[in-house]
Design a protein around this ligand. Structure first.
Ligand code: NAD
Length: 541
């Protein structure tokens, strides 16, 4: 048995590759794009390491070219969900007793494999299946995923090192046991890194998982399973179950071994899973850990002392990168009337320079939104703006779903701070702006704080540092990740642990030790070196 005390120091963040034309990484990516584009995969369920094909299939298509099929995948039925729970529970004994440094070594091998051999594979799958351009794929399915692996190992080492002190004649220590059951990981389409992290964080801490991937991210998520296998993750530790979320959620939460859920997705879905857990509470061996990061209505608040170009840049990138489908994407902005015309002019300038289209053409800055349901939802909001006397579309507004699910970067200007698109999450490239009177800053800040139920990300812009300080205080509960003079997107693992409160989630901060601690149940062990043999207090002797 290896008895070394192994250190896992704070890692460096994975550098973002440039993908310049002719560079080795660009050539490798292009070859892989070509391969995946011209292959139709048959994606099975993976239960206990075995590939299972149910015959109940659906297809994965390119969102930017929805006539092009990338894969068919098999959907889990009730029987397979129960099989997955059994397989997880069978794998649990060995995995939970595996030395944590061995688990860490497997996770670090995932990072190394992804930084090298799997980098083009995951990036190409993310580009084709989730319609991210090269840069957006690189920062997600390569860099952030790698960072989660490496940082979590470091944070785990800090948790295991948190030990109580010894007393007179006794030794004390804390054993950080994994949860007594399995963790249900339910993951979103928009970040491959989150899909990976929601499984691998509990797994690193010794847990086993039943994984429900998002249907529209099945391709990249399937390649993650291949990566884990190659890195040495034992069969059954993660069980891959594409299929109906509602069915998987229902069956999984009925099991007595349901020990927790690690979720990222919309507020409504998390709420329904939470209710299922409450309904089934009496069945469980332990109180389940419910960890969820959910929706947002992320804001930019502009103080009259702000500079125009940084605001316009933050609004443009924050609202439109990856078609506004980041949970942190700016979707409402409060701007003083004195600055708004210049900010809008600058945003129009940027918009005139960018192209929208397929990820296969790297000059396209904007690609497609994820699927038809999403496109229809965005279309509904834009139609509402077009028809309302309280709003007008001042930039973009065009949309077309004939070939791919495309929506132009769009800005809605409104005179109503409670206009529908100021309050509800749209999850598309749509920014609604409420220009406010310059002398009513406090009133506008109050609106910003109270307008939506969410509390995920937000940004304040201003050169008057004292005013910025005041607004930061006034918006204390409006965002779990708050930015000063920067866009509200782009949190980096190890630098800005991510998550929001209010209707945006349990704020357990992915990419930090707060999250890892949710996946252990500590046992404290006191050992008395020489046991007493007299019951009397000193003064009774
Ligand atoms: P979604 O809620 O539609 O789906 C998330 C997952 O839940 C998917 O795997 C889906 O299949 C599954 N699911 C759907 N209905 C279910 C049900 N009834 N029971 C169980 N599972 C079910 O979300 P999405 O469209 O994939 O992702 C977008 C949402 O995720 C947005 O609201 C966004 O703000 C949020 N998000 C939040 C964060 C964050 O950190 N707060 C990060 C990324 C995404």
């Amino acid at each position: 048995m290896n008895n070394a005390v192994i250190q896992f120091p704070l890692p460096q963040n994975e550098p973002v590759k440039a993908y310049l034309e002719g560079s080795p990484e660009r050539k490798a990516l292009e070859a892989e794009l070509e391969r995946q584009y011209n292959t139709v995969l048959d994606i099975p369920l993976i239960i206990g390491g075995k590939e299972i094909r149910t015959g109940d299939t659906a297809t994965v298509v390119c969102p930017h070219e929805h006539g092009h099929v990338l894969a068919t995948y098999h959907r889990a039925g009730e029987k397979e969900i129960r099989m997955a729970i059994d397989a997880a529970m069978q794998a649990r004994k060995q995995w939970s007793e595996t030395p944590w440094t061995t688990r860490a070594a497997i996770v670090l091998k995932c990072a190394e494999l992804l930084a090298t051999k799997y980098r083009p594979i995951l990036n190409a799958a993310c580009m084709l299946g989730q319609s991210k351009n090269i840069y957006q794929a690189e920062i997600d399915s390569a860099c952030e995923t790698i960072d989660f692996f490496r940082y979590n190992v470091h944070y785990a080492s800090k948790i295991y090192a948190m030990q109580p002190k010894d007393g007179a004649g006794n030794l004390n220590h804390t054993e950080f046991r994994p949860l007594e059951g399995f963790v249900l990981a339910v993951t979103p389409f928009n970040f491959t890194s989150i899909a990976s992290n929601l499984c691998m964080t509990p797994v690193l801490m010794g847990n086993v998982a039943v994984w429900k991937p998002s249907s529209t991210a099945t391709l990249s998520n399937y390649y993650l399973m291949k990566l884990y296998k190659e890195a040495g993750l034992p069969d059954g530790v993660i069980n891959f179950l594409p299929g109906s979320g509602a069915l998987i959620g229902k069956v999984a939460t009925e099991s007595k071994w349901f020990a927790g859920i690690h979720f990222t997705g919309s507020t409504g879905t998390f709420g329904s899973l939470w209710k299922l857990a409450v309904e089934n509470l009496d069945r469980y061996v332990s109180y389940p850990r419910l960890v969820g990061e959910t929706g947002g209505k992320d804001f930019i608040f502009v103080h009259p002392s702000a500079q125009v170009k940084p605001v316009a840049t933050a609004a443009f990138c924050g609202a439109f990168e990856f078609q506004g489908q980041k949970c942190s994407a700016a979707s409402r902005m409060y701007v003083p009337k004195s600055l708004w015309p210049a900010v809008l002019e600058q945003m129009k300038q940027f918009a005139s320079e960018v192209k929208t289209g397929s990820v296969m053409d790297p000059s396209n800055y904007i690609n497609a939104v994820i699927d038809e349901a999403s496109w229809n939802k965005i279309d509904g909001y834009l139609t509402c703006a077009e028809q309302s006397p309280d709003a007008r579309i001042v930039l973009g507004g065009g949309r077309d779903k004939s070939v791919g699910y495309f929506v132009e970067p769009t800005v809605i200007e409104t005179t109503d701070p409670h206009f529908k698109t100021m309050e509800e999450e749209i999850f598309g490239p749509v920014l609604t702006v409420y220009p406010y009177d310059d002398d009513k800053v406090d009133e506008a800040v109050r609106l910003c704080d109270t307008t939506s139920p969410y509390g995920l990300t937000g940004a304040v812009f201003g050169q008057d540092r004292m005013a910025v300080e005041r607004i930061t205080g006034q918006l204390r509960y409006a965002a779990g990740n708050f930015y000063i003079n920067d866009k509200p997107t782009g949190a980096v693992v190890g630098m800005q642990p991510f998550g929001g409160a209010r209707a945006s989630g349990t704020n357990d901060k992915a990419g930090g030790e707060f999250n890892l601690i949710r996946w252990v149940i500590p046992r404290v062990i006191k050992e008395t070196l020489v046991s007493p043999e007299d019951y009397r207090y000193s003064y009774m002797k």
